[in-house]
Design a protein around this ligand. Structure first.
Ligand SMILES: Nc1ncnc2c1ncn2[C@@H]1O[C@H](COP(=O)(O)OP(=O)(O)OP(=O)(O)O)[C@@H](O)[C@H]1O
Length: 231
């Protein structure tokens, strides 16, 4: 289980997270909803080690993460799919996937078959440059690359952003499959309410850097959620 407890995060004098506490359980999909600029990416940066926290604790399966370098967190099993995909445009699809080998021992360095079963387009495009892929294909590649690291928790930053509906469906199917077949934890930040409601087991709403709602997905009050998602 991932546990974020009373975390504050600052950019200089500006506070982006205020006393944020969330948990993401193994075998469950946890979704953090919020509109632009409320701190969703900052929360994931705190979890993956891209930005230091100013207060609070982050634990994953008993290991304290705060202060740990991002590559060490990857070794602990934190797989990250960043906002905007961050694909290497001049590397091939295969090479992009192989960048996920970095936290693995030499003997474990292979691309799991699941990556191609979930996203068959990646197999057919292995020799193409990342930059030649469509946005949806790049999103699938970014998820595939995170899966190469053999994560115990997959952390995704707005995977539906700018993606066409058919690929959003594929990504939803993949996330559900990963929860059900591997028992990994999945933590998703989103502003797409319907995607989140269909997939999530547990939902948080973030507003102005603070958690303003927490509960089981089936009890989510959609009109309250919409209120927090509109400017
Ligand atoms: N590197 C930075 N330096 C200064 N302020 C930042 C930085 N990154 C984010 N912020 C500010 O912190 C706040 C939270 O940003 P964050 O990116 O976490 O929000 P978000 O919910 O992920 O939004 P989006 O959906 O637009 O990515 C915003 O006010 C943003 O302007």
């Amino acid at each position: 289980m991932l546990s974020v407890e009373n975390v504050n995060l600052h950019y200089g004098a500006a506070q982006a997270l205020r006393n944020v506490s969330i948990t993401a359980e193994m075998g469950k999909i946890t979704c953090v909803l919020g509109r632009n600029g409320v701190g969703k990416s900052s929360l994931l940066r705190a979890i993956t080690g891209q930005h230091p926290v100013s207060a609070g604790a982050i634990d994953f399966n008993g290991a304290a993460l705060a202060g740990m370098a991002p590559y060490r967190r990857a070794k602990e099993g934190i797989g990250y799919v960043p906002q905007g995909r961050e694909i290497f445009p001049l590397l091939t699809v295969k090479e992009n996937l192989e960048t996920g080998y970095a936290p693995l021992k030499r003997g474990d360095r292979s691309i799991p078959e699941d990556v191609f079963n979930l996203f068959p387009v990646l197999r057919s495009m292995l020799g193409r440059r990342g930059g030649d892929l469509s946005g949806g294909q790049q999103q699938q590649l970014a998820i595939g690359r995170a899966l190469v690291t053999r994560p115990k928790i997959l952390v995704l930053d707005e995977p539906t952003e700018g993606i066409q509906p058919s690929i959003i469906k594929d990504i939803g199917r993949a996330i559900r499959y990963l929860r059900d077949s591997t028992g990994m934890a999945i933590l998703l930040v989103e502003q797409y309410l319907d995607f989140c409601r269909e997939l999530a087991d547990h939902v948080y709403i973030l507003d102005r850097g603070a958690v303003v709602h927490e509960g089981a997905a089936e009890t989510l009050d959609t009109s309250e959620a919409r209120r927090h998602l509109t400017v």
